[in-house]
Write a protein that binds this ligand. Structure first.
Ligand SMILES: NC(=O)c1ccc[n+]([C@@H]2O[C@H](COP(=O)([O-])OP(=O)(O)OC[C@H]3O[C@@H](n4cnc5c(N)ncnc54)[C@H](O)[C@@H]3O)[C@@H](O)[C@H]2O)c1
Length: 281
């Protein structure tokens, strides 16, 4: 019986994942190496729950109960009693592998270790543990409280039982699980990132301004948000990390990250989270 969930990484995704588990009645421990990220996550979650209350989708009592189910910690040692773990730290294979090895030593042996990775091989993460049958991808979409898809990734050694339990959890959270194979970028980012990358090439080559490119995709293709607005929302560092995984993993030059994207990330212009990207915030 899954009652306590550990979420690691309190950035854009981790706080949303912690929120949906807490809202669904789970006791949540949100872990980050940076205390300021934990403080910020708590404020973001409270605000997001407040919006649901304003819209009449949640009662004030449920908001308070959800907040009361949320704890924060700066060390994964606090996850010794967790029944399920979702990792949402930086998109870096070596950092994630190190964390999975630690989680394997700290958590109970029957616990499923899920990763929210956008592109990194689940098989590779599973191989950093002694329980690869219990390692899988649980790729939530941004913003987590609003988006219903969870892309479920089965690693080479992931068991049917682990996939069944994780998919059942998605349904409990009110989400729809869709399975993808363990290929770089899975389904979502294999298709999304080349479009974002091409939009950045179009800016770099002067085909149109960021505003023009976003307007074409919104008004002409009926996308709810233009690709450059979306890139700022995702985080340009995250977009670059995913494109690097696609480029290295698939080997096709069409996935080569746009030099303008590299330059913006090097300058610390990471999109919404840094205040500057294709737009200012
Ligand atoms: N941003 C998106 O739209 C999006 C969507 C789906 C999936 N993802 C994936 O989710 C994951 C997290 O992305 P994000 O956008 O939330 O990143 P982010 O940069 O907003 O946050 C990452 C957090 O992880 C923390 N962290 C780093 N190393 C850590 C460690 N060893 N232990 C504990 N905490 C650590 C950082 O302090 C930071 O708070 C990535 O794998 C990313 O690919 C992102």
């Amino acid at each position: 019986m899954i009652k306590t969930v550990g979420v690691i990484g309190a950035g854009t995704m981790g706080n949303g994942i912690a929120q949906v588990f807490a809202q669904s009645g789970f006791s949540v421990t949100l872990v980050d190496v940076a205390q300021p990220m934990l403080d910020r996550a708590r404020t973001t979650i409270e605000k997001s729950l407040g919006k649901f209350v304003d819209k009449g989708k949640l009662t004030a009592a449920d908001r308070d109960a959800s907040m009361a189910r949320l704890q924060t910690a700066t060390s994964v040692d606090r996850l010794a009693d967790a029944d399920y773990v979702v990792e949402a730290i930086v998109e870096n294979a070596e950092t994630k592998r190190g964390l999975f090895t630690s989680l394997d030593a700290i958590t109970k042996p029957d616990v499923i270790l899920a990763s929210n990775t956008s592109s990194i091989s689940i098989t590779l993460l599973g191989a950093a543990t002694k329980r690869p049958d219990k390692v899988l991808g649980m790729h939530f979409m941004n913003p987590v409280p609003l988006m219903t898809l969870v892309e479920m990734i089965r690693g080479q050694a992931t068991s049917n039982e682990s996939m069944r339990i994780a998919s059942g959890l998605c349904t409990t959270l009110g989400k729809t699980p869709i399975e993808a194979a363990d290929y770089p970028g899975f389904i979502a980012n294999r298709i999304l990132m080349p479009m974002i990358n091409e939009a950045i090439f179009a800016v770099m080559e002067g085909v149109g301004t960021a505003e023009a490119i976003d307007a074409v995709m919104k008004l002409g293709m009926n996308h709810p948000m233009g690709p450059l607005t979306l890139a700022d929302f995702i985080g340009l560092d995250v977009c670059l990390a995913i494109l690097n995984v696609l480029h290295d993993g698939i080997g096709d030059p069409k996935y080569r990250p746009c030099p303008l994207l590299r330059r913006m990330v090097a300058a610390g212009h990471l999109g919404r989270k840094s205040g500057q990207g294709f737009y200012s915030y």
